[in-house]
Every structure is written in structure tokens, then in C-alpha cells.
Design a protein around this ligand. Structure first.
Ligand SMILES: [Zn+2]
Length: 153
């Protein structure tokens, strides 16, 4: 996946703005690079729950570019996100970094299921019935987590 974040960054880096506290623009470039890498990581690991990667990345980096470059920045990001998404879609049944994928379910003994998930799915054939229940609890769990974080802060 790094080839996609590198490729976005390579295209964008020349036009990253400098700032008074960062005359060479090095810090700003570093932040753009990190934002690109974060987005690609998240896309690779959590594509099904990452609804609008182009918008997310664009929001994070747009302030580092001149107003006249905004549309161009969006197009560069969008083109590369599309390529990355297509790349992920045609991957064999391995993770984005070539690691074997495992079914997301737990066995009755509470250990993670070691079987290979169905292509494009998160569960193996014996656990595939869990898939349809997955979307809703995932959202609820995330919401509960962020509430806990908010309460702890
Ligand atoms: Zn399984």
C-alpha cells in the first residue's frame, strides 16, 4: 500500500506551502506524507468501514496548499485512492501487506478462528453467518468507545 501513499506524496510535495515557522516547508511536507500514509493504512486495514477516504485525506492536507491548487490536490488524491481501492479489490486472499488473512470469528473455546475467510469477506465458510450482524455492532462498539474516551478526557 505504501506505493500509493508515496505516489500521492510525490505528486503533491512540490506544491506544499511553506510557513513563517517552517520556511523550507519540511515540517508541512512531513505532515502531508504522514496523512497520506495514515489514509492508505486505514484503507488497507479497514476498507469496509472507511467510507470516504478521498474526502478524509483532502480535509487533512488541504491547508498545506494554496487556494489555486485545491482542485488539483483533490484530483491527485482521488485518482490514487481509486487505484489503491482497485488494487485491494483484486488482491488474493491475503492482507494488504501479503500476510495471510484469518477469519474474524472466535471459536467456542474463545480462541481466534484460524481458517481462511471467503474471498472478499471477513469470515470463513463456517462463520459466514456472522457477517450480516457485523456492521451494526461494529458501529455501536465504536460509538461506545468514543464515548468512553470522551468521558475519560
Ligand atoms: Zn471462522
Amino acid at each position: 500500500m505504501y506505493q500509493f501513499s508515496r505516489s500521492i506524496y510525490r505528486e503533491l510535495s512540490d506544491r506544499v506551502l511553506e510557513s513563517p515557522t517552517d520556511p523550507a516547508g519540511l515540517e508541512n511536507r512531513q505532515r502531508v506524507l504522514e496523512a497520506c500514509e495514515d489514509t492508505m493504512m486505514r484503507l488497507a486495514q479497514d476498507q469496509r468501514y472507511f467510507a470516504r477516504p478521498t474526502c478524509t485525506l483532502f480535509r487533512e492536507v488541504r491547508n498545506f496548499f494554496a487556494l489555486r491548487d485545491q482542485v488539483w490536490v483533490y484530483k491527485v488524491i482521488d485518482a490514487n485512492v481509486r487505484l489503491a481501492t482497485e488494487y485491494l479489490a483484486q488482491l488474493p486472499n491475503v492482507g494488504p501487506f501479503g500476510e495471510p488473512r484469518n477469519c474474524r470469528a472466535c471459536t467456542r473455546r474463545g480462541t481466534p478462528c484460524q481458517r481462511e475467510p471467503l474471498p472478499g469477506r471477513d469470515y470463513c465458510p463456517s462463520h459466514k453467518h456472522l457477517e450480516e450482524f457485523d456492521v451494526e455492532p461494529q458501529v455501536t462498539a465504536d460509538a461506545a468507545n468514543s464515548q468512553q474516551v470522551a468521558a475519560a478526557a
